[in-house]
Design a protein around this ligand. Structure first.
Ligand SMILES: C[S@@+](CC[C@H](N)C(=O)[O-])C[C@H]1O[C@@H](n2cnc3c(N)ncnc32)[C@H](O)[C@@H]1O
Ligand code: SF4
Length: 352
């Protein structure tokens, strides 16, 4: 079992970002942090969670570092008995709000992994992406986290913007690789609906060649790829749990929970969530949807797919792909060799 906590606050809203987060609702922070404790109590019963059975908590956003560490304490107090002793406890953070006080406070609460939203170390690219930190702020925040004692550190880089050249991407990578991190995520800029970037031209660079060269450079820099966008000598327990189809609690406004064949959606609207954190909508997934999702996630990551999962029709196609060396098979599991074509393979397998 996994747990996800969503923090829908940011210091400023980036023009490309469609995540449920607000830059102008800081007055609701205290009420929100109380509301998540109410929902957590409810979900622990609802999911019938046993003690010491949650092996990963991920605090995402939004920007978790916009909430002072002490406000997380009541949430941790309730969750602690349900966490395994060696649970991975990750929080996302923005370089500019991950202060010494916040880092020390989160470390004291038991957070043992941080994922920093860096995107780039290049001043021009940071401006283009509307980010409010500098190269120095990012480097200092990550170094400080390491000094405080965080062993597992990750950072996010963004590629596929119109400013990118391979040289520029490699410069970002070389700074990243010089920092005390053991994990890196690289995301291609997506122009999301209802964001200022949507429908604007000349913002992206869709060069597949450059994307592939960047991925190769990341691997060569010592970060093995274990999913389409994730790299590192440390493989996140949380990420892998999602790709394996494990159940997860989803706490917070805009979070998603998953139990067997149902997804739960607490309201995205912040005011109504703080007033009534237990109200949520439910979606029931069909056998076919669950089947397709397992294939989709398995092909995009190192998790792979059990041979026995495929229908006889799919197995015929899997055999073709194995012969063509597009897939490999080890101990009765099938693995994709090239994550860039995972969607095409999933589509091919789903065709009648
Ligand atoms: C939800 S954000 C949280 C991290 C933190 N708030 C930050 O941005 O620094 C997680 C990551 O998603 C990625 N992301 C968000 N919107 C994106 C988009 N439109 N295209 C590509 N990546 C995106 C960014 O790399 C970001 O670091
Ligand atoms: S990318 Fe991160 S900091 Fe920017 S608006 Fe989205 S969640 Fe907030």
């Amino acid at each position: 079992m996994l747990a996800y906590l969503h923090i829908p606050f940011c210091d400023s809203k980036c023009p490309y970002c469609a995540f449920n987060s607000y830059e102008n609702k800081h007055a609701l922070k205290k009420a929100y942090m109380y509301a998540i404790t109410q929902q957590l109590r409810f979900e622990l019963e609802h999911f019938q969670v046993s003690q010491q059975s949650i092996h990963s908590l991920f605090i995402g956003g939004g920007t978790p570092s916009t909430i002072e560490a002490s406000l997380y304490a009541p949430f941790f107090e309730i969750l602690m008995p349900y966490l395994c002793k060696d649970a991975e406890i990750t929080s996302e953070a923005n370089p500019h709000s991950a202060t010494k006080q916040w880092l020390e406070g989160m470390y004291a609460l038991g957070v043992n992994r941080l994922s920093f939203g860096v995107q780039s170390f290049d001043a021009q690219k940071l401006r283009f992406l509307g980010r409010n930190h500098t190269r120095e702020i990012a480097i200092n925040a990550i170094s400080l986290a390491s000094t405080i004692g965080f062993k597992n550190l990750s950072l996010d880089l963004m590629y596929g913007t119109s400013l990118d050249t391979l040289k520029r991407l490699k410069e970002d990578l070389s700074i990243a690789a010089s920092l005390p991190i053991n994990h890196l995520s690289a995301y291609a800029l997506t122009l999301e609906e209802s964001t200022p970037f949507f429908n604007r031209t000349n913002l992206t660079n869709d060069s597949e060649r450059m994307a592939k060269q960047f991925v190769q450079a990341i691997i060569q820099a010592g970060f093995p790829q274990y999913e389409i966008s994730n790299f590192g000598s440390y493989e996140s327990v949380h990420n892998k749990g999602y790709w394996k189809g494990e159940n997860y609690l989803g706490i917070g406004s805009g979070a998603v929970g998953f139990l067997n064949n149902r997804r739960f959606y607490p309201t995205k609207e912040l005011e109504s969530y703080t007033k009534n954190p237990l109200s949520q909508s439910t979606e029931t997934l069909s056998e076919e949807e669950l089947h397709a999702e397992k294939i989709f996630l398995g092909l995009r990551s190192c998790v792979g797919i059990a041979l026995s999962h495929f229908t006889p029709k799919e197995q015929v196609k899997v055999n073709v792909l194995l012969k063509e060396k597009k897939l490999t098979c080890k101990e009765n599991r099938v693995y994709n060799r090239n994550y860039f074509i995972s969607d095409e393979i999933a589509l091919y397998l789903s065709l009648p």
